[in-house]
Ligand binder design. Sequence first.
Ligand SMILES: Cc1cc2nc3c(=O)[nH]c(=O)nc-3n(C[C@H](O)[C@H](O)[C@H](O)COP(=O)(O)OP(=O)(O)OC[C@H]3O[C@@H](n4cnc5c(N)ncnc54)[C@H](O)[C@@H]3O)c2cc1C
Length: 476
Amino acid sequence: MITASSRSRSSRSRHAVVIGAGIAGLAAARALSETFDQVTVVERDHLPATPVPRPGVPQGRHAHGLAARGRQVLETLFPGIGRELEAEGAPTADFCRQARLHLPAGVPRPIPSQVVIQPVSRPLLETILRRRVAAIPGVRIIDGCAVTGLRAGTREITGVRITRRAVAKAGRDTATIAADLIADAGGRSSHLPGWLTAIGLPRPGERVADAHVGYASRTYHTEPGVTADWRALFELPRAPHLTRGCSVLRIEDHLLLVTLQGAAGDHPPGDQDGFERFAKSLACDLTGIVGPLRPAGGVSRYARSAAHRRLYHRLRPWPDGLIVLGDSACTFNPLYAQGMTVALLEAQALRDLLDGTRRRDLRGFSAAFQRHVGRITFWPWMLSSLADRAWTETSPLVRAAHRYLSSYQDLAVEDATVFHNLARVTNLLAHPATFVQPYHLARVLHSQLRTASRRLGAHPGTNQRNGTSGPPTSRG
Ligand SMILES: Cc1cc2nc3c(=O)[nH]c(=O)nc-3n(C[C@H](O)[C@H](O)[C@H](O)COP(=O)(O)OP(=O)(O)OC[C@H]3O[C@@H](n4cnc5c(N)ncnc54)[C@H](O)[C@@H]3O)c2cc1C
């Protein structure tokens, strides 16, 4: 067994193991490759050579919008990747000019902005990242191989236990891979809490927020050469009454990826008729958009969308040799399209932090990195879990904050400054505190006063289109 004292990192080559070849795992491998001599990515799926969905990432069939901040970080970790995606048929788009945002109060007028997104399918993004990572000297991706637990030394994690699926089925071979650092990027289905307790460490605390969101997606062929005035279209549900929304992306291969979203249990059906009925009930004329198009496949559904924030950054003692990032540490309600960007920010932090420890040993590094993850996930979690809690909670604080954010969204329809800032915050380019800067605060308070006085003059019982009274409903 390797002990802390025998692990002098300067005298021999260093090895890192990454669990999972999703977005977080591939980005982490890229970050680790700058400091470690060898990086092994262990993935339980058999990885396809072409961009097709795979079982370990069932969300890959649904719209995966990479926020503008994520695109920037991706470019710093993988220079030139934006051009590579463009060459594959997925060009960039200005979020405020080429994405159509259907808010409950209307559609903001397009404005030019520096908020740049790049609509692409999740399988294509992952395939290109995988190709890039596999080409880095010292990096190896082992697929078809699941991690089943951790190997622990006296004070640190020293490796992972693996089971080659096919062999394990026959009840035979299990093995371990020794490493100086293990990064768990196993995603939503990570078993790390159980693995920790199995070696005598405590389980992390956990926060959960569940807006009971369900997804249904289908792709359609569009006509090559026919230009549209938008490359992405988003209609947002809003608690407590507007349960339905959609994300529609023009992705590679002239495909239109349509993802229907239903919150508070109002899930889109998986059959063709139900899918079309749900689409018809939206405000954005989705039926008019897809009506003339030929479907490229059937309908796929997804409903395991509860958000979890695991408080690894507070766990004491935190062992050396182990870090956690991506969905394994914090999953978000997918409606807010934050997960990939947060994972990339964590990988960037990993690279920067390792850069500072290049010639020292790694004692204390894991705990320090986990504190970074705690800080990176804090605001995205606060914003998204607040919106999630608004579906079920009636506490004055949640209601007041939700009312403020709803008014802010409504204002974006008429105020270009507010629209621009809303786009920057939702794309993780600006801090949510900008929502309450003096100009923005004054605009929201003024609009709330205006709405209140209008309501005082309105007929009692009038159903408000902006979703502030009446029973839960779609827009149908
Ligand atoms: C329906 C849906 C829609 C979403 N839409 C968006 C969006 O629009 N924008 C956005 O930014 N994010 C979105 N997300 C979130 C996004 O998918 C994740 O945040 C992002 O992929 C980062 O995840 P990850 O790499 O940590 O995990 P994953 O991408 O889930 O990858 C985990 C990998 O680990 C592997 N693995 C798991 N356990 C083991 C094991 N024991 N051994 C070996 N390998 C293992 C899995 O097979 C998988 O390959 C969405 C999520 C869902 C569910």
